[in-house]
Design a protein around this ligand. Structure first.
Ligand code: G6P
Length: 367
C-alpha cells in the first residue's frame, strides 16, 4: 500500500495532487486542435440543438458538480437545467420533457440510486448521457452516451480528482452546447477552451501554498460547527467544501447560499464560530462580503477564499486564501482546492482515518 501511495501519507493527498493530470487528461480527450470534439461521445450537433431541457442526476459530490454545472450551462448554453438527487428523482412522479437530456454523473458508475434513476429516465424515453470515471461500469454500459472522465482509479472515500474531472467534463459540455447553439463567437469559444486548459497549472500553484492551510486547519481542528457561504458558482463550491470537511473530520458543517443566512442560520452564529466565505464571482462579491460582515458583527471568525486581486478582503476577514484567476464560470475548479486541503488537514490534525472515514463507502451499490 505504501508503494501505491507514491510517497504520500494518504491516498487523499495523492489524489489531490493528481487533479491537474485528471483535468488535463479529461480535457485532452475531447479537445482536438483547439476545438471540442464530441464524436467519441456520439452526440451530434442536431441532438444538441434539440435538447430543450437538461436534467442532471447524481449523488454526493457528483451532485455538487451538477449544482455548479447548472449555473455554467444555463448561463453559457441557455438551456434550463434541473439538478436532482438520484435518490429523490427515481421516486418522483415528475413530468419530464420528452426532448430533454438526462446527464448522470458518477465516478464509480455503480451508485445504486444513480443507476436506478438513469434506468427510469431511459424507460420514459429520454436520452441519457453518463459522465463516468470507471470504464465498463454499469452506468457506462447502460447509458446512451458516455463521456469518460480520465481521473484514473480513486481510492480515498472522499473524492477529489474524480470530482474535479467531472467538473471539467461538464464545463466542456456547457461550452460546446453554447457554441453549437450559436450563442458564443469563435473568439469566445477559443477563449473558454484555453481558459479551461489553464486550470491544471493554476491548481499546481495553489498546492504550493498548502502549508498555510495546514497551519489554519490545526487552529480549527476542535471546532464544533463551521459554516460555508457563497453565491452562484461559489455556493456550489461551498456545498463540496462543507461535505469534504464533515465527512473526514466529523465536524458539523453546513453550506449556505449567502443570501439565505438571514432566514434562520444566522441565529446559530456566535463568538468564534468559523464562517468560510467563497467569493470568486465579481458581480456577487459585495453581496457575500456584506453577509459575512453580518456574521462578524455576531462574533464569527471569518475565512475568505477569493482570487488574487481582491486584496481588500484582508481588511474584512481574519484569514484570506487567494487562488489564481480563471474565467469566472470556471473559478469553482480552483476555489475548491483550499477547501479540500482544509478538510484533509483537519482530519489529519485530529488523527482520524482520512482515507476511510467511519460509516462511509467509496461506492454505494445498495439503496
Ligand atoms: C459515495 C462517495 C462520494 C461520492 C458518492 C457518489 O457517497 O463517498 O464521494 O460522491 O458516493 O459516488 P459516484 O461514484 O456515483 O460518483
Amino acid at each position: 500500500e505504501a508503494a501505491e501511495k507514491a510517497g504520500f501519507e494518504h491516498f487523499m493527498m495523492k489524489e489531490i495532487y493528481e487533479q491537474p493530470k485528471a483535468i488535463r487528461d479529461t480535457l485532452n480527450s475531447v479537445v482536438k486542435d483547439g476545438v471540442i470534439d464530441f464524436t467519441d461521445i456520439d452526440i451530434t450537433e442536431e441532438e444538441i440543438k434539440k435538447y430543450s431541457q437538461i436534467y442532471i442526476v447524481a449523488c454526493g459530490s457528483a451532485w455538487h458538480v451538477g449544482v455548479e454545472a447548472q449555473y455554467v450551462i444555463e448561463e453559457l448554453a441557455q438551456i434550463p437545467v434541473r439538478v436532482e438527487l438520484a435518490s429523490e428523482f427515481r421516486y418522483r412522479e415528475m413530468p419530464l420533457v420528452k426532448d430533454g437530456l438526462v446527464i448522470v454523473i458518477s465516478q464509480s458508475g455503480e451508485t445504486a440510486d444513480t443507476l436506478a434513476a438513469m434506468r427510469m429516465a431511459k424507460d420514459k424515453g429520454l436520452a441519457t448521457l453518463a459522465v463516468v470515471n470507471v470504464i465498463g461500469s454499469s452506468i457506462a454500459r447502460e447509458a446512451d452516451k458516455v463521456f469518460y472522465t480520465l481521473a484514473g482509479p480513486e481510492i480515498s472515500v472522499a473524492t477529489t480528482k474524480g470530482y474535479s474531472a467531472q467538473l471539467a467534463a461538464l464545463d466542456c459540455i456547457a461550452v460546446q452546447f453554447a457554441k453549437v447553439k450559436g450563442l458564443i463567437t469563435d473568439e469566445q469559444y477559443s477563449y473558454y477552451i484555453s481558459e479551461l486548459q489553464t486550470i491544471p497549472e493554476k491548481i499546481e500553484k495553489i498546492l504550493q501554498d498548502k502549508e498555510r492551510i495546514q497551519w489554519f486547519a490545526a487552529k480549527y481542528a476542535n471546532a464544533h460547527d463551521v459554516f460555508f457561504v457563497g453565491r452562484g458558482v461559489d455556493y456550489a463550491v461551498c456545498l463540496e467544501g462543507s461535505l469534504k470537511l464533515k465527512e473526514i473530520s466529523y465536524i458539523h458543517s453546513e453550506a449556505y447560499a449567502a443570501g439565505e443566512l438571514k432566514h434562520g442560520t444566522i441565529s446559530l452564529i456566535e463568538d468564534n464560530i468559523l464562517v468560510i466565505g467563497v467569493l470568486t464571482q465579481s458581480k456577487l462579491y459585495e453581496k457575500t462580503v456584506s453577509n459575512m460582515m453580518e456574521c462578524k458583527s455576531r462574533g464569527a471568525y471569518l475565512m475568505g477564499v477569493t482570487n488574487y486581486g481582491n486584496y481588500e478582503m484582508e481588511d474584512k476577514v481574519d484569514f484570506t486564501v487567494y487562488v489564481p484567476k480563471v474565467d469566472e464560470h470556471f473559478m469553482g475548479s480552483l476555489a475548491v482546492i483550499p477547501l479540500q486541503l482544509l478538510g484533509y488537514y483537519v482530519s489529519v490534525a485530529k488523527g482520524l482515518d482520512v482515507d476511510k472515514p467511519r460509516n462511509l463507502a467509496k461506492s454505494v451499490t445498495v439503496e
